[in-house]
Design a protein around this ligand. Structure first.
Ligand code: LLP
Length: 441
């Protein structure tokens, strides 16, 4: 962490301020005087009227990211299927579906959500390593665009489900290309020996299984290398492995039309330099064009990560054991990423007050020592009653929130073209007790 120098307007000077400015720009956030605005809305007004903790998403920022990626992929036939696991708010899903996006889902619950949000079933790709029979039945019944399978046994199960419903089903094979991506080990998914995909050397055998099932139309192979990838190398290596398989599969008569490159495009959380859509396209599209394949992407974080913040209020300050603590009303049950991946999320004041930075631990109210949002972080002397925004919380934020400590999950608020509205209200005490029984009926 570089030396931070305080500027007169209360922000922190370059590199700290330059770095934070880039993070704010990525999310469509600006300072107007001391106040932080998202898409024109003053976040302090939202915190005061809706309460904290609260997630706030900027739909225009999401649309901008989609359009940038879509334009970069323009030279080849392509579909961008939003990885719903990153943010499954119906409002966010609906905005993406209106832009023509597809959806990448991994459960029956996500299937219900994308259909409710207006995605036509044919734009839905069903991925995931453990799809249940009930989930497959429903996916086949509604007619999802494709089911990406992850084992020969799953191919047999999809075939049986399709037969029972007298349907033909488009399937793809998710390949484990044995490519390592430099990211947190919990979110690296393309290396040998992890649970995802069919190993590259077993794909031809799996394709034979598919070819032997008249209900299955095998038209795609796909990979997903991991998440928060900042380097083109793994994509390029993975693409080469997949293209080698395309040739082998075409040689045995598999009519492949589509190649899936997965998701994984990283975003800036701190001072990272993410892959620009134009570099991604320039590095990969020529090979895909030459192979006559259409491309499918499954970005989650890239589309929504920077476009969301978690608002919180400072409840207390505490000095203990030589450390300074800022205790927020948001904790690991609201945003789990710092606790489980040691993820860095920038924290900024909603109203800049021009105070010098001090080193603090920013912690939540949950009864776990691992309940923190930032450790040893230089932040301007925050006082109780003040609000902060935890940046880059639009992906894997609310979706990973829980009711741990019987805490209600926060609301999801949308800022869109000058309007601010609650897309999902804060859970209530009744919500937490609903559906429970104390005694045998
Ligand atoms: N496609 C598949 C098959 C996936 O498994 C994933 C993410 C994606 C696409 C989207 O990846 P993205 O573009 O968002 O990187 N909870 C973790 C991230 C888990 C990602 C799991 N799979 C986190 O908070 O960093």
């Amino acid at each position: 962490m570089g030396q931070s120098i305080l500027r007169q307007d209360g922000g922190l000077a370059i590199g700290q301020a330059g770095r934070v400015a880039e993070l704010l720009r990525d999310g469509g956030l600006v300072r107007n005087g001391p106040s932080l605005l998202m898409g024109g809305a003053r976040l302090t007004d939202i915190a005061e009227s809706i309460g904290t903790p609260a997630y706030v998403y900027n739909l225009d920022a999401v649309r901008g990211r989609y359009r940038a990626l879509d334009a970069a992929m323009g030279p080849v036939p392509h579909r961008i299927c939003f990885a719903v696991k990153a943010n499954s708010s119906l409002a966010v899903l609906h905005a993406l579906s209106e832009l023509g996006a597809g959806a990448d889902i991994v459960s029956g619950g996500e299937l219900s959500r994308v259909l409710a949000a207006g995605f036509p079933a044919e734009r839905v790709v069903f991925s995931g390593v453990g799809k249940s029979e009930a989930e497959l039945c429903e996916a086949v019944r509604v007619g999802v665009g494709r089911i990406n399978v992850e084992s020969a046994a799953e191919l047999q199960r999809v075939a049986a489900v399709a037969k029972a419903q007298d349907r033909r089903v488009a399937v793809g094979i998710r390949v484990n290309p044995d490519v390592t991506a430099e990211t947190h080990p919990y979110i690296a998914t393309g290396a040998r020996g992890i649970k995802f995909g069919i190993p590259a050397d077993e794909v031809v055998a799996a394709a034979h299984v598919a070819l032997g099932q008249p209900q299955l139309e095998l038209g795609a192979i796909a990979m997903h290398l991991g998440s928060q990838i900042l380097d083109l190398r793994p994509y390029s290596e993975g693409l080469d492995r997949l293209l080698a398989l395309v040739a082998e599969l075409r040689a045995i008569g598999v009519p492949l039309t589509t190649l899936g490159l997965g998701g994984g495009l990283g975003i800036r959380y701190d001072d990272q330099e993410p892959i620009a859509p134009a570099s991604f396209a320039a590095a990969l599209l020529p090979r895909l064009e030459a192979a006559g394949l259409s491309v499918e992407l499954e970005p989650g974080r890239y589309l929504v990560g920077s476009a969301g913040v978690l608002l919180a209020e400072v409840l207390y300050r505490k000095h203990s054991g030589g450390k300074e603590f800022v205790i927020l009303d948001a904790g690991m049950n609201d945003l789990l990423r710092p606790s489980i991946y040691q993820a860095y999320h920038e924290i900024v004041e909603l109203e800049a007050r021009g105070r010098p930075p001090e080193l603090v631990d920013v912690v939540g109210p949950v009864c776990e020592t691992g309940d923190f949002l930032a450790l040893d972080r230089p932040l301007p002397g925050l006082r109780p009653g003040e609000f902060v925004a935890v940046l880059c919380a639009g992906a894997y934020g609310f979706v990973m929130a829980s009711n741990y400590n019987s805490r209600p999950r926060p609301p999801e608020v949308i800022v869109d073209g000058g309007r601010t509205w609650v897309a999902r209200p804060r859970e209530s005490a009744e919500d937490l007790l609903r559906n429970e029984r104390m005694e045998a009926p």
